[in-house]
Design a protein around this ligand. Structure first.
Ligand SMILES: [Zn+2]
Ligand SMILES: [Zn+2]
Length: 145
């Protein structure tokens, strides 16, 4: 069994481990992610939640509605504000990890750029692009979040 990947927030109060391989990797260009992160897009890896655990600290949670109407929980450090991951009410088996909070995010390779309809014109990206969320057989773990 491979070693779990480790990560945490800027101040170090929250630490996590994530086991298993990503089921889907993406860069999200939706306005909610832009606001919540302060960045033009959020690089994210959908990891199996069964292999994900907080090993130090207690993060805070902000819940709002996605475009689809589903509740989306944004989990972050209440001390330094670092966004750590998101969870969608209809997909409890998946954690949408903010890959730049990993101790080593260098392995990340996005499968897709999503919500390109709200991408910033000065942000240049190079994965297959989707106006909103990809659907269809190419993305069996997709569906709106
Ligand atoms: Zn922190
Ligand atoms: Zn987003």
């Amino acid at each position: 069994m491979s070693q779990p990947r480790t990560g945490g927030c800027l101040c170090g109060a929250i630490r996590y481990e994530t086991e298993g391989e990503p089921v889907f990797t993406l860069r999200c260009h939706c306005r909610d992610c832009q606001r919540a992160s302060g960045a033009a897009h959020v690089p994210a890896a959908r990891m199996p939640s069964a292999g994900f655990r907080i090993v130090q600290g207690t993060p805070k949670r902000y819940v709002n509605k996605a475009d689809s109407g589903n509740d989306i929980s944004r989990i972050f450090c209440g001390d330094c504000g670092t966004p750590l991951y998101v969870q969608v009410s209809t997909k409890p088996e998946i954690v949408g990890l903010r890959v730049t909070t990993l101790d080593d995010p260098s392995w990340f390779k996005p499968d897709a750029d999503i919500f390109m309809q709200s991408a910033q014109p000065w942000d240049h990206v190079d994965a297959p692009r989707f106006d909103s969320y990809p659907t269809g057989q190419a993305y069996p773990v997709g569906g709106k979040s």
